[in-house]
Design a protein around this ligand. Structure first.
Ligand SMILES: NC(=O)c1ccc[n+]([C@@H]2O[C@H](COP(=O)([O-])OP(=O)(O)OC[C@H]3O[C@@H](n4cnc5c(N)ncnc54)[C@H](O)[C@@H]3O)[C@@H](O)[C@H]2O)c1
Ligand SMILES: N/C(=C\C=C\C=O)C(=O)O
Length: 487
């Protein structure tokens, strides 16, 4: 809907109705730096209303059969798919990502999330064991937990929010979703489809606003027993503290400092374009992006030369340009943070081989104030440097040499994170050996970001707690009970 100054003005979606809020936040178009939308600045009052609506909807929704719920999810997937182009345009404008990525990855994946959980929920079974010597049979039953709080970040807005909403409602919960205040538009657009899909009022509620106001009100609410959070590690710490007094069920999907390990027998024709993509896709704003590239010394010079050539061809352009490989970063503050790492690297004596401060951006006049930067490659950087230790979450990657398999495993594991790694080698034995020893929830070998939604997704160490995926999400979004029958 149009609001102040003709700008888009979003509303919360509570109990099946769009409701205005008493105050609003400005939301910026990352490609111009201009305000283009207003987002509700919700707080305790809106959370209370959403909890009330979710509570009222729970008995009806949780007592439907999995088949009935599955049909609703399928209809929602169909409706999202019919709006794919409109949603992709909105996601690209709101987030700064290229229209091509929104069209080919974000929105198709949001559709797939509903289709996938609509199907997988029909195939979950419970356990049964027997103790004949005691005349006992044991079995488990699972039930939805209740009201789920679902909090998502700004990098893959609809993709990650639906990755939570779909399994939560498929399992019979009712939900209160809080998208990032920086990227709220596609969640609001999805709400417009819920009634038509047959989602009863109160099953999916969406409250918009900031983490400290509406996020904290949601995670500390005593009647919300479960929180699924994707975002940064400092926010996860805060959520853990706030939820601890209530012993809430928590799933935390956090950041990464993901290594790519390139052995001398790697197929560089495949490795180089994929590693450029794994470093710079979505402006490097994917938790799974590569940010430390370890290359075996014998091929280091060749790799670096070819990697730089390919990076220079990675086109930064306005998000609506279908030929652009990379759009704008999410915000001015984030752009400054990412740039500050490059300054620190320079001060430490590292070399910036291309990108920020080395090459020139070429943007139309209207986009000069947008949050753009070039893909940047750093070398001659020590493992102790903040650029090699901290999550930058931007289009910046470090390339360093290594000598032996043992050495590179130690170095790859030498950070606090453990989310995703890639290993490039033509030696099958080495691939299995190295993958097994990496402290990483996900290891892609000779590829990147090929997702199998059935299998566990999540991180080790400071990259998170818990896993998501068909079985894992089902277990997280249900409470299990063990029943023993003596016969
Ligand atoms: N592991 C994964 O699957 C995954 C996926 C995407 C992003 N991430 C991580 O997310 C981070 C980038 O996203 P971000 O900047 O939006 O993260 P963030 O932690 O700042 O925010 C994430 C969400 O939490 C909310 N929030 C912030 N403070 C809160 C609080 N005190 N209480 C409750 N909610 C609060 C925000 O409003 C937002 O909706 C990076 O660290 C990235 O690696 C992880
Ligand atoms: N959760 C998933 C991806 C997270 C990406 C982070 O930025 C997924 O593919 O299911």
């Amino acid at each position: 809907m149009a609001g102040r100054g003709g700008l888009l003005m979003l509303e919360n979606f509570i109990g099946g109705k769009f409701l205005p809020c008493s105050s609003y936040l400005d939301s910026y178009d990352p490609s111009t730096g201009e305000v283009y939308c207003h987002v509700p600045d919700s707080g305790e009052e809106e959370v209370e209303a959403a909890v009330e609506a979710a509570r009222a909807a729970f008995p009806g929704w949780s007592s439907r059969s999995p088949q009935e719920r599955s049909q609703v999810l399928q209809r929602l997937a169909d409706l999202l798919e019919q709006s794919l182009e409109e949603l992709a345009q909105a996601e690209s404008r709101d987030q700064g990502k290229t229209i091509t990525l929104a069209r080919t990855m974000d929105i198709p994946r949001a559709v797939q999330n509903f289709r996938f959980f609509a199907s997988s929920t029909l195939h979950q079974t419970s356990e049964c064991t027997q103790m004949d010597h005691l005349g006992c049979l044991h079995y488990t039953v699972r039930a939805p937990v209740g009201i789920a709080a679902l909090i998502s970040p700004w990098n893959l807005p609809l993709y990650l929010l639906t990755w939570k909403i779909a399994p939560a409602i498929a399992a019979g919960n009712t939900v209160i979703a809080k998208p990032s205040e920086l990227t709220s538009v596609t969640a609001w657009m999805m709400c417009r489809l819920l009634e038509k899909a047959g989602v009863p009022p109160g099953v999916v509620n969406v409250v918009f606003g900031t983490g400290p106001r509406v996020g904290e009100a949601l995670v500390s609410h005593p009647d919300v027993p479960l929180i699924s959070f994707t975002g940064s590690q400092p926010t996860a710490e805060r959520i853990t503290q706030l939820s601890a007094p209530h012993c809430k069920k928590l799933s935390l999907e956090l950041g990464g400092k993901n290594p790519a390990i390139v052995f001398e027998d790697a197929n560089l024709d495949e490795c180089i374009p994929t590693t450029v993509r794994s470093s710079f896709a979505n402006q490097g704003e994917i938790c799974l992006c590569t940010s430390r590239i370890f290359v075996q010394r014998s091929i280091y010079s060749e790799f670096l030369k070819r990697f730089l050539e390919a990076t220079r061809k990675w086109k930064v352009g306005i998000p609506s340009d279908p030929s652009a490989d990379m759009g704008a970063l999410i915000s001015k503050a984030h752009l400054e943070k990412v740039r500050s790492y490059i300054k620190k690297a320079r001060l430490e004596g590292a070399q910036i081989l291309c990108g920020e401060g080395v090459d020139k951006l070429n943007l139309p006049p209207r986009n000069q104030a947008g949050y753009f930067m070039l893909p940047t490659v750093i070398t001659d950087v020590k493992d102790e440097s903040c650029c090699m230790k901290e999550e930058i979450f931007g289009p910046v990657t470090c390339v360093v040499p290594f000598d032996s398999e043992e050495e590179v495993i130690q170095r790859a594991n030498g950070v606090k994170y453990g989310l995703a790694a890639t290993v490039w080698s033509g030696n099958v034995g080495r691939v299995h050996r190295v993958a097994k020893r990496l402290q990483s929830g996900l290891v892609w070998t000779n590829c990147w970001l090929i997702r199998e939604l059935n299998l566990p997704f999540g991180g080790m160490k400071s990259s998170g707690v818990g896993r998501e995926g068909a079985r894992d999400s089902y277990e997280f979004f249900t409470e299990v009970k063990t029943i023993t029958v003596k016969h």
